[in-house]
Design a protein around this ligand. Structure first.
Ligand code: HEC
Length: 157
């Protein structure tokens, strides 16, 4: 008898069903794209983004992570949540308080605007409160922008 109890303690699945359900993580509302889906999204981007290095883009996003989330419904931190940023007007996250520079920018974020912004935010939009010096290497910016397109729910028009 004792050995059966021991087996039950070791095996998941012979305990009570209720406990198992309580421990299961909640299913995410939007499933994460698989790596294969990410590669397909990448390949569908216009050149030069279709041949970008997503791993390098992800690494470069490490410089943004302390201030920005990219997941759907992610928190605003020092900077606004960036999910859905492509095709969105600058300064449009309602729950975030932007500088006048970004609020009044008046353009829609696309790769070309993001490229200039990331090269030198304070030259591109003087008066911005984004304190990021800039990403000088054009290839790094391509990789980062492609990474952001793949990760922030960009849909080709
Ligand atoms: C030190 C914090 C900080 C870092 C690092 C940072 N940002 Fe920001 N970001 C901000 C702030 C603050 C704003 C709002 C700027 C304003 O209102 O002037 C912003 C705004 C933005 C916007 C405009 C969003 C919108 O809704 O219009 C984009 C795009 C952006 N950041 C991308 C990036 C990327 C990509 C990186 C990494 C290369 C980065 N940021 C690094 C703080 C940061």
């Amino acid at each position: 008898m004792l050995s059966v109890v021991g087996a039950c303690a070791l095996l998941a699945g012979c305990g009570q069903g209720g406990e198992k359900t309580a421990q299961a993580p909640a299913a995410p509302a939007v499933p994460e794209p698989t790596d294969a889906e990410k590669q397909a999204l990448l390949a569908a981007l216009p050149a030069p983004y279709n041949t970008a290095d997503l791993a390098n883009g992800k690494q470069k996003f490490g410089m943004c992570r302390s201030c920005h989330t990219i997941v759907p419904g992610g928190a605003n931190m020092t900077g606004p949540n960036l999910h859905g940023v492509f095709g969105r007007k600058a300064g449009e996250v309602a729950s975030y308080k932007y500088s006048d520079a970004v609020t009044n920018a008046g353009f829609v974020w696309d790769a070309a605007h993001l490229d200039k912004w990331l090269a030198e935010p304070r030259t591109f939009l003087p008066g911005t409160k984004m304190s990021f010096a800039g990403l000088k290497d054009p290839k790094d910016r391509i990789d980062l922008i492609a990474f952001l397109k793949v990760e922030t729910g960009y849909k080709a028009p």
